[in-house]
Design a protein. Structure first.
Length: 189
């Protein structure tokens, strides 16, 4: 489910039934793509993987001390078709986890680019957090308005008008609403 629903966006824009749900859903999905990577989740970044017949191993750039355990079910994404999906961990190393896969050949350790993710059970449902929902709605409205009137502009950090509202200040406009939910892992630079 999206952080911002089609009905909420339709109401905020005042467009009634002028646009199809699928068109508005694209905008809601884009807002999710902006916000969700910034929020706390129970996930780790996969930097490389290897395999032997029937088993695959994922490697991480940080130690996994007390992060995963043998028998735990995790959801893997963006690591290739034989890894992606729900898997049960069969071994945990200092910086790796292994699981049964459908690999039919030996593949040496090689990078995953762009990085993949391994997600364990999340205990927070961001779709029930009012501040996160409001931030998603505000970003959805900005995305929609930028699509409809491309020169409506925004304001850059030095307070000069900008012809493009999808710039680096897009997330800055809602950072206060998201402050309690932003993961320190997303605050680089």
């Amino acid at each position: 489910m999206s952080l911002c629903t089609v009905a909420e966006l339709r109401s905020a824009l005042g467009v009634g039934s002028l646009y199809a749900d699928a068109t508005l859903q694209q905008t809601c999905d884009a807002a999710d793509a902006v916000i969700l990577p910034m929020l706390w989740t129970n996930s780790q970044i996969v930097v490389s993987h290897s395999s032997i017949v029937g088993e695959g191993t994922l490697y991480f750039s940080e130690p996994l001390v007390d992060v995963y355990y043998v028998g735990q079910t995790v959801t893997i994404a963006n690591c290739g078709s034989s890894f992606n999906g729900s898997k049960v961990i069969t071994a945990v190393g200092v910086d790796s986890i292994s699981m049964a896969t459908n690999h039919g050949a030996i593949k040496p350790k090689h990078p995953v680019q762009p990085f993949g993710t391994v997600t364990a059970t999340n205990y927070t449902d961001w779709t029930t957090d009012s501040a996160v929902q409001e931030a998603a709605l505000m970003i959805s409205v900005d995305i929609w308005q930028a699509r409809q009137v491309s020169n409506s502009g925004g304001v850059s950090p030095d307070f000069t008008p900008s012809p493009y509202r999808m710039g680096n200040t897009l997330l800055a406009r809602v950072r206060g609403l998201l402050a309690h939910a932003i993961s320190p892992n997303s605050m680089v630079g």
